[in-house]
Design a protein around this ligand. Structure first.
Ligand SMILES: [Zn+2]
Length: 177
């Protein structure tokens, strides 16, 4: 079976009107804001999104993004493989007033009817929102295997700084196009 190629641009309203799907793999190195926060990686994000209208006539884009990124553990500073599986649940709105009326289980995607949106930007926003603020190995024994002992607090603070960037890289709470 042929895998449909992922387009660069997405027309959210058109996709919803067509009950369209958006599936495929996107290389992580196409996502510069995300790459700034992680160790170099050659992975991909698997995208599986479907669009349509729900029972109330609300146009939506929902689905899942899956990838694995390599972060720096903030306890031992060792590398940390971090699987990300992000549920996407966007409701399309034209105005902020419509966004305010959106059911709580949808995030607003503010877009004009003819807007074309970068698929990479949309995917990157969702992944950034799903990243842990302070990634750490789940089991401290893994940190000890990376040489974790008594950390020098100044060193930890220095290493943490890249993650301080996360806040500045996150999308605005209201997406727009
Ligand atoms: Zn660790």
């Amino acid at each position: 079976m042929l895998t449909p190629s992922l387009p660069d641009k997405l027309y959210p309203w058109q996709l919803a009107a067509d009950n369209g799907r958006l599936t495929g793999d996107l290389a992580l190195d196409k996502l510069p804001r995300l790459m700034a926060l992680m160790n170099p990686a050659n992975g991909v994000v698997s995208i599986d999104l479907s669009a349509g209208k729900n029972g109330q006539g609300l146009p939506f884009i929902t689905g899942c993004l899956r990838t694995e990124v390599e972060l720096t553990c903030q306890r031992c500073l060792g590398s940390l493989r971090w699987p990300l599986e992000v549920a996407v649940r966007l409701g399309l709105v034209r105005t902020e007033a419509e966004a305010a009326r959106l059911p709580d289980d949808y995030e607003p995607l503010l877009a004009s009817p003819d807007c074309a949106m970068s698929v990479a930007d949309l995917v990157e926003d969702e992944l950034l929102l799903a990243l842990p603020q302070i990634p750490r190995h789940a089991d401290q024994r893994e940190c000890e295997a990376h040489g974790y002992g008594a950390p020098d607090p100044a060193f930890i603070a220095e290493q943490r700084r890249p993650f301080g960037l996360l806040a500045s890289l996150l999308p605005d709470s209201k997406r727009s196009c």
